[in-house]
Design a protein around this ligand. Structure first.
Ligand code: MBD
Ligand code: FE
Length: 307
């Protein structure tokens, strides 16, 4: 009877069998997740057809590159931020601009401008409302940070992101801005609309089955980095969006909703091609001091995690 197992015996075998040490942390995490899934199958009496339909769904999710979408939609991205916020609070690390999720649509290597740039350059046909965002990068003492890099990206007027959308040019609506000696940055773009998940595909299927919508309110993403300072991944929301408190990715932060100045006179903004009253928002990014080199890493989430 040595190869006849109960469920519990099988789980124990799966989680303990090995011919080398392997990686203890991977073994620990794997054992926990496999155990939780074995229990879910038993508790919920998950049938073979249900299990294999789930495997097919996961295969298709990976094949169409939607894993990053589902982690956001099921709350994991926000969960990791909540946990970092809690750890900071426990460590007494308060202050600085709130973090927000990176999302799955960042691309490294956007064109770099000094002090100011246009995100919308080379995007003919873009007819959104002209918008300038400007401010400074500051350290925790309120001192301006020269040479910080403000990496910014947002969706086009159809709610799509370049690189993932074959109809846009490389790095459309993606730019990096190096702050001036006084820590300032500014950029011109247009007010982006919200985002909606692709209407067909595994994420849309699951959301339909869950009775959920897949909309994000209008937002702009940032990755702000400077030597010695803690890398800030954040996002700001455009006020007034229907979904601002109902983001499918649960990522709105109350402290990160922009205030918009409407009908700002064009004077002083000619270098950004502004010649009539426009919408402006002032926003400073405040970065904490990095506790170690890892916290000051300029890399985005995946590059950091897997090199
Ligand atoms: C987005 O634009 C986004 O920011 C996230 C988190 C998920 C899907 C699309
Ligand atoms: Fe986004």
């Amino acid at each position: 009877m040595k190869n006849e197992f109960t469920q519990a015996q099988l789980l124990d075998r799966v989680n303990t069998v090995r011919v080398t040490e392997g990686n203890p942390r991977v073994r620990e995490i794997s054992a926990r997740i496999i155990g939780d899934l074995f229990r879910a199958i038993d508790d919920l009496d998950i049938q073979p057809d249900e299990f294999w339909a789930g495997v097919d769904w996961l295969s298709r999710l990976g094949a169409v590159g939607q894993f990053g979408l589902i982690t956001a939609g099921l709350g994991f991205d926000r969960l990791l931020d909540i946990r970092l916020d809690e750890a900071d609070r426990r460590a007494g690390r308060t202050g600085g601009t709130q973090r927000a999720i990176e999302g799955p649509l960042y691309i490294a290597g956007a064109p770099l401008g000094k002090a100011e740039t246009r995100l919308d350059e080379g995007n003919p046909g873009e007819e959104g409302e002209p918008f300038v965002m400007e401010g400074r990068v500051l350290d925790a003492d309120g001192q301006p940070v020269a040479g910080a890099i403000v990496d910014v990206w947002h969706a086009n007027t159809l709610g799509r992101y370049s690189h993932f959308d074959p109809d846009q040019k490389a790095y459309a609506l993606r730019r990096r801005i190096e702050t001036d000696a006084d820590g300032t940055y500014r950029f011109r773009s247009f007010l982006p609309p919200g985002y909606a998940i692709p209407p067909s595909g595994p994420v849309a299927e699951l959301f339909a089955a869950l009775g959920r919508h897949g909309n994000r309110p209008a937002h702009v993403h940032f990755l702000v980095t400077a030597p010695g300072l803690r890398t800030l991944t954040t996002q700001v929301n455009i006020p007034g969006d229907t979904f601002i408190d109902d983001d499918f990715a649960f990522a709105t932060r109350d402290g990160l909703v922009l205030e918009l100045d409407k009908n700002v006179p064009a004077a002083g903004y000619a270098s950004l091609g502004i010649d009539k009253p426009f919408v402006r928002s002032r926003f400073d990014f405040v970065l904490q001091k990095a506790a170690d080199d890892s916290e000051a890493s300029p890399q985005a989430r995946m590059a950091r995690a897997v090199g």
